[in-house]
Design a protein around this ligand. Structure first.
Ligand SMILES: *Cc1c(COP(=O)(O)O)cnc(C)c1O
Length: 387
């Protein structure tokens, strides 16, 4: 890959050079004092990011494995669950719950819209047997942020109901305090906001959720968190640890804590604000009615295919972003704000975006010159670094 390659997808993401280095170190065994020390530090820092004193568990699986873990450790076949489907990943979670024999109620939002908390309150009132509500914090397919804090307040009123949250593109990208927002199960993923390669998921359970571990009847072996709970008490993981990824995670967390968590969040937010400004400025409206801070989706004009545009960005400019999925295919493009992204990459992206739009429509935004755009981007970046 050339040096100027930018991976600006909403996961996987650009890796920091120090993370790349950590990934290339000689292997060590996971039952050694060196690794124990790393694991201990990592597990403690994960709690800080989740904003909780509960254990955060590391699983060697992609994010979807973490979603499965939340279900199988707290629920049983036949249980009623309410799944908020605001896009692809909401759909996936509902599908998963069905595979485990749960009775799934779905609240489906129009793509691009977040769920209305009142709809959730009403559904819970109408179905007092609902054992869990499942929701994406950021629905990555539509770049929508759901109102997790408000949902937490509502669900917290129901002693029988857990609030399970997919924070794969939220946790470590922006503040999503586990305890304070009354979340009962939270999953994060390594290749998104944790700025690592794919392969780890992180899960956390509230005391209310932990009380379900022994009564949950879903078949589970690898994802049975009780094994992990026991091993963690002894400062170990139950199965073999993914040493390379955990070591790289240690580097990521060191980088984040060195900088300070608020500043880390602020940098991601400033990229989101930049996207929210310059997308529409280049003639691409925001697709999401409730834009997330970790990913931004832009609506394409009807005469330019988003898939072709993203391909052109990759071929001509060496920048990877994502298009839309399913019903949004060709109609939107998605820019991720997580990972190791330097200010000049953001500037380069918007200049490349303007060129790409003009490649497909030479008349596009005719009154905006590339040099004007460049100075606007410079001014924006200066503001950003001056904060
Ligand atoms: C990426 C993503 C997933 C799936 O994660 P995998 O690592 O691909 O299994 C689930 N939920 C959300 C919100 C995601 O962004």
């Amino acid at each position: 890959m050339q040096n100027d390659y930018s991976l600006l997808a909403p996961g996987p993401v650009n890796l920091h050079p120090m993370v790349q280095h950590a990934l290339s170190l000689p292997m060590i065994h996971h039952r050694t004092p060196q690794f124990d020390e790393i694991l201990k530090r990592v597990l403690s820092r994960l709690k800080t990011i989740f904003a909780t004193n509960e254990n955060v568990y590391i699983q060697s699986s992609t994010g979807s494995g973490g979603m499965e873990s939340l279900l199988v450790n707290t629920l049983s076949p036949g249980d009623e669950v309410l799944c908020i489907d605001s896009g692809k990943f909401g759909e996936r979670w509902a599908e998963m719950a069905k595979v485990f024999g749960m009775k799934v109620h779905v609240i489906k939002t129009t793509w691009g819209q977040s769920v209305d908390p009142q709809d959730v309150a009403a559904a819970l009132q109408n179905n007092p047997n609902i054992r869990a509500v499942l929701c994406q914090a950021t629905e990555t397919s539509t770049a929508v942020a759901n109102p997790i804090q408000k949902l937490g307040e509502i669900i917290h009123q129901c002693p029988q109901t857990l609030f399970l949250v997919d924070g794969i593109t939220a946790t470590a990208a922006y503040l999503l305090p586990f305890n304070e927002w009354h979340i009962d199960g939270l999953v994060a993923g390594s290749q998104k906001a944790f700025m690592l390669p794919t392969g780890l998921s992180f899960v956390c359970f509230s005391p209310k959720a932990q009380a379900r571990f022994s009564e949950a009847k879903c078949a589970r072996y690898y994802f049975d968190i009780r094994r992990e709970q026991k091993a963690n008490t002894n400062g170990e993981t139950f199965f073999s640890s993914s040493v390379a990824l955990v070591r790289a995670l240690d580097v990521v967390l060191e980088l984040i804590f060195e900088k300070g968590l608020p500043k880390h969040y602020a940098e991601i937010e400033s990229r989101a604000r930049m996207a929210q400004h310059f997308g529409p400025h280049l003639g691409l409206p925001l697709f999401s009615q409730a834009p997330s801070l970790s990913v931004t989706a832009f609506s394409m004009p009807s005469h330019i295919d988003g898939q072709k545009l993203r391909q052109h960005l990759e071929d001509k400019h060496n920048i990877t972003i994502m298009g839309g999925q399913d019903q949004a295919k060709g109609k939107i493009i998605r820019l991720g704000h997580m990972g190791y992204i330097q200010p000049h990459e953001m500037e380069r992206f918007f200049v490349a975006l303007l060129e790409s739009l003009r490649h497909f429509d030479p008349e596009w935004k005719k009154d905006l010159s590339v040099s004007t755009l460049k100075s606007e981007l410079k001014a924006w970046a200066q503001n950003w670094s001056g904060e």
